[in-house]
Design a protein around this ligand. Structure first.
Ligand code: PMP
Length: 398
């Protein structure tokens, strides 16, 4: 091939000649979590072409696995090629048509983010709000539905910015009474806390791979029931995104009008890993997984109390089994505690996110990481880290 040679090639930085070096850390923040060897090994299996029946078989397994963890029989059950945000944005772009009204339950980070997405999609976003750390009652929701008359309600089951668990029983029924579809974000809760998509009348739900499914980030399970599917297929105009078009994806995943057409080159290695993550949850059993997260997090909360730390969510019934937030200890620098935990124990604990920045410290015992040994390690690191932070605070007063 003829090409005109540049005067000199742009040289790569010297460090990129060395093999990649990734430190081994214990990820006990709100996600991602550490990935178990079985899932890492699955991700390293030989590459296959995305249009190959062997990959379709893996995609079919993902559909089966997602149906199980979501507890749904929905035909359109699959995984987005992208992180939780991809599923969130796809739900918005497919379900919301310009000028349609969407009600968003905002009690932290995720409602706000969905409002932004709805506005960018040309929808009419109406928020109902609760303070950070609180959740919505059925009365709050009904009042909003009566007032705003939305076509869609967005609500988050596990508000990872505050550690709050939104009860969902009865919400679907209410929405349907007011001719509204229910969209649930279960990124931070799925696999760690009970979920019954069909029984609870949830019309669309998505999650993420990197929390209680113990899989690397990059795929996002999603499911739509008949009602949601109808809304998508009856759109007046196709969604603005081709990559996120559910009708195209339904064909790609083999649900409608065969044969499967090329849509995009899916991240096959990530799909192998997701398939294996779902298989591991299925092997453990959903109820056993929920119970493990509940017991491990209860022990952690007990230990936090013994250290004199306060949980941010005051109502015990509304605390997540997956992500925990604490009130930041007064007069101490949380960064000192985080640094101590990382430097001494290679252990990750987090600060707040969005509206909870500077308000809380966050922890997570998710999926593979949800065990008592990790709880003990985090409590030990916290105890020592708090001492270091106290000493530093004393010194700065002198
Ligand atoms: N929703 C919730 C509740 C989350 O916790 C997160 C991730 N922290 C997301 C959505 C977005 O997911 P991702 O970062 O995988 O895009």
């Amino acid at each position: 091939m003829a090409y005109r040679r540049a005067r000199s090639l742009i040289a790569p930085a010297a460090r990129i000649f060395k093999p990649i070096d990734v430190p081994n850390k214990l990820l006990t923040g709100p996600g991602p979590c550490n990935v178990p060897p079985r899932i890492l090994a699955a991700g390293a299996l030989p590459q296959l072409s995305h249009l190959h029946p062997d990959v379709w078989k893996i995609m079919d397994d993902i559909t089966e696995g997602v149906k199980y963890v979501f507890q749904t029989e929905n035909k359109w059950t699959f995984a987005m090629s992208g992180s939780g945000h991809a599923a969130m944005e796809a739900a918005c772009l497919n379900l919301v048509e310009p000028n349609e009204r969407v009600m968003i339950a905002n009690c932290g980070m995720w409602g706000k983010r969905f409002t932004t997405m709805v506005q960018r999609a040309g929808g009419d976003a109406r928020e109902i709000k609760k303070p950070l750390g609180e959740v919505f009652s059925l009365e709050d929701i009904e009042e909003g539905l009566k007032k705003h008359k939305p076509v869609l309600l967005f609500i988050t089951q596990g508000e990872s910015s505050s550690g709050a668990l939104q009860p969902l029983e009865g919400v679907g029924e209410l929405c349907h009474k007011y001719n509204c579809l229910l969209l649930v974000d279960s990124v931070a809760s799925l696999g760690g806390t009970p979920m019954f998509m069909d029984e609870w009348g949830i019309d669309i739900m998505y999650s993420g791979s990197q929390k209680c499914l113990s899989t690397p980030p990059g795929t996002a399970p999603i499911s739509l029931n008949e009602r949601a599917r109808e809304k998508v297929t009856r759109r007046k105009t196709p969604p603005i995104s081709f990559y996120f078009d559910f009708k195209e994806l339904a064909n790609f995943w083999g649900f409608d009008d065969p044969p499967r057409r090329y849509h995009h080159t899916c991240p096959t290695s990530c799909f192998y890993a997701l398939r294996e993550g779902l298989a591991m949850v299925a092997a453990e059993g959903l109820e056993a997984s929920w119970k493990r997260h509940e017991e491990v997090t209860a022990q952690f909360h007990k230990g936090l109390g013994e250290l004199g730390l306060e949980l941010f969510v005051k109502n015990k019934e509304h605390r997540l089994n997956t992500v925990t937030a604490i009130d930041l200890p007064k007069g101490l620098d949380w960064k000192v505690v985080q640094k101590y935990a990382m430097d001494t124990y290679k252990l990750e604990i987090s600060a707040g996110l969005g509206p909870s920045s500077g308000v809380v410290g966050r922890f997570g015992f998710l999926g593979y990481n949800a065990n008592l040994e990790n709880v003990r390690r985090v409590l030990r690191a916290l105890n020592e880290g708090l001492d270091v932070a106290r000493k530093e605070a004393e010194k700065s007063k002198l």
